[in-house]
Design a protein around this ligand. Sequence first.
Ligand SMILES: Cc1cc2nc3c(=O)[nH]c(=O)nc-3n(C[C@H](O)[C@H](O)[C@H](O)COP(=O)(O)O)c2cc1C
Length: 245
Amino acid sequence: MNTAPPSTLPAQTAATHLEIEPSILYFGTPVVLLSTENQDGSFNLAPVSSAWALGRTVVIGLGREGHTAYNLGSRPDLVINLPSPAQWPAVERLAPLTGRDPVPPSKPEGCRFEPDKFAAAGLTCEPSHLVRPPRVAGCPIQLEARAERVRPDVSGDFLIVETVVRKVHADSRIVVPGTDHIDPAAWSPLIYNFRHYFGLGPELGHSYRTRTPRTFQGPGAEPALAGTAPDRDRVAWPKPAAAES
Ligand SMILES: Cc1cc2nc3c(=O)[nH]c(=O)nc-3n(C[C@H](O)[C@H](O)[C@H](O)COP(=O)(O)O)c2cc1C
């Protein structure tokens, strides 16, 4: 809650903030790897950081001329794979690659066509259960999904893709044993922060709405899949009233 008198705000803003024109506004969102099916039945893989969840819907922002957008236009099944922070080098190996041949002029300089992005990134695939595109082995969270609505954004340069998740796969190390909860102390997304890669720092607190029985981590602890996991005490929370995180 902001308790400052309104009259003090303009002066403080002028003293602490600059008006700037950044070329990008990637303020720190999780990276996902989208696997989609190519026309010839092979598979494409692309890193995307414009993705967020609303219930079982995951909304994704895609460059209109990318191969992922092209694939989803006619083959709507996909897998939304969430890599761990340790997988950032594989993500970055995918960064200059497109599955589109010839490479569209809108792609940045240095972008090249690559028909087998799994191999190029050093990643392996594993079969999905409900969709044809494969999951990325080693990604702690894999969401089998279907693009249900695809429409242009206001600029016309991007597509807003609404996908519905049909099956969730989670590495057992990030699941609270015996529950359907992802343990937020064990899982860390890979964050794309103004084109630099980060993991999460230590937990600061939690929402009043959490129902996740959890592992207690002391100050300075890191998520289990972020790198080396420190020792920790297990503290059981009260049994949840509803199965919701
Ligand atoms: C970490 C990261 C995040 C990215 N986020 C997006 C994004 O949100 N939307 C998008 O269209 N492209 C994004 N890109 C760029 C695409 O990955 C890139 O255009 C790639 O060539 C797409 O492959 P495709 O043409 O085979 O679909 C991102 C790239 C990286 C490395």
